[in-house]
Ligand binder design. Structure first.
Ligand code: UDP
Length: 318
């Protein structure tokens, strides 16, 4: 297949490019690099089946030649990023999704939308099945991301129903791994960066809020299976192993042997109190479930961040 990955220079987008190339497909990565980086795809530069186009997908997308699939992953995705880029976040979820769907219609291509557990907001139903409609504050600071993704889902279903576009929707839960940006503000890079510098980890609130972390290779495998399936309704992909942020801080401090402990900072507005995917649908429909345990995935991620800090320090000194 010839496949376009929007947000292809981002954390998830670049890992998807790797997987698609490994499966033998031709891949075009598109990214405006506001949160993505060419560092994430530098290793693909010599690959004749790979092409990078620097473009903002909120602008009209012109692409020559046939296209079989679009993986629409362009968007700021960390709370810090989308608070700094609120209008870009709304635009990429709405206008960007409209453009990607228009391209899918014109090329008769399948479109897979990267949606999010944020469509469930601060969930009252726990764990969250796909049938839950969510508890989102539309006018809060996170609303720019949550509502853009909810709109993107609605638009995707409208193109599916009205134009017969072949669509998939994945609702992605917290995911971690190599290539996350050290300064993206999310808990995984924050804690690992702090631990590697021997600083205390900043727990927001009392640390009793929960998250469930999925290693990137598991997530990419679930997404690839969904792409090849014929399910057009949303499917949760994530790791159901849930822990509190306080417990997560302990894991990081233990694995990095960081003696600095933790400090407490205020909880951001509308920070969800609990989050755990119900993955019954992915299990039964896709035969998928996560394989990488937290300690193992974190060890790989910590090693990657340690190497990145080492290389960055050398570059700074030079
Ligand atoms: N968090 C934290 N310390 C940090 C960064 C985040 O305690 O330095 C908390 C945050 O308040 C949230 C959880 O960790 O409860 C996960 O935050 P993240 O930004 O990774 O993503 P979210 O799941 O909220 O989208």
């Amino acid at each position: 297949m010839r496949i376009l990955v929007t947000g292809g220079a981002g954390f998830l987008g670049s890992h998807l490019c790797d997987r698609l190339l490994a499966e033998g497909h031709n891949v075009i990565a598109m990214d405006n690099l506001i949160t993505g980086s060419t560092d994430n795809i530098a290793h693909l530069a010599g690959n004749s089946r790979f092409q990078f186009i620097e473009q903002d997908v909120t602008q009209y997308i012109y692409l020559k030649g046939p296209l079989d699939a679009i993986l629409h992953f362009a968007s700021p995705a960390s709370p810090v990023d989308y608070l700094e880029l609120p209008i870009q976040t709304l635009k990429v979820g709405s206008l960007g999704t409209h453009n990607a769907l228009g391209l899918a219609l014109a090329k008769n291509a399948r479109l897979l939308l990267a949606s999010t557990s944020e469509v469930y907001g601060d969930p009252i139903v726990h764990p969250q099945p796909e049938t839950y409609w969510g508890n989102v504050n539309p006018i809060g600071p996170r609303g720019v991301y949550d509502e853009a993704k909810r709109f993107a889902e609605a638009m995707t279903m409208a193109y599916h129903r009205a134009h017969g576009v072949d669509t998939r929707i994945v609702r992605i839960f917290n995911t971690y791994g190599p290539r996350m940006r050290l300064d993206d503000g999310r808990v995984v890079p924050n804690f690992i960066g702090q631990a590697l510098r021997g600083e205390p980890l900043t727990i927001y609130g009392d640390g009793r809020q929960t998250r469930s972390f999925c290693f990137v290779s598991d997530l990419v495998d679930g997404i690839y299976r969904l792409l090849l399936s014929d399910e057009s309704d949303p499917v949760n992909i994530g790791n159901p192993a849930e822990l509190t942020i306080g417990q997560f801080a302990d894991v990081i401090n233990r694995q990095t042997q960081n003696p600095a402990g933790v400090i407490y900072e205020p909880l951001p507005v509308d920070d969800p109190k609990q989050r755990q995917p119900d993955i019954t649908k992915a299990r039964t429909l896709l035969g998928w479930e996560p394989k990488v345990p937290l300690e193992q995935g974190m060890a790989q991620t910590i090693a990657w961040f340690a190497e990145k800090l080492r290389v960055d320090a050398i570059a700074l000194a030079a």
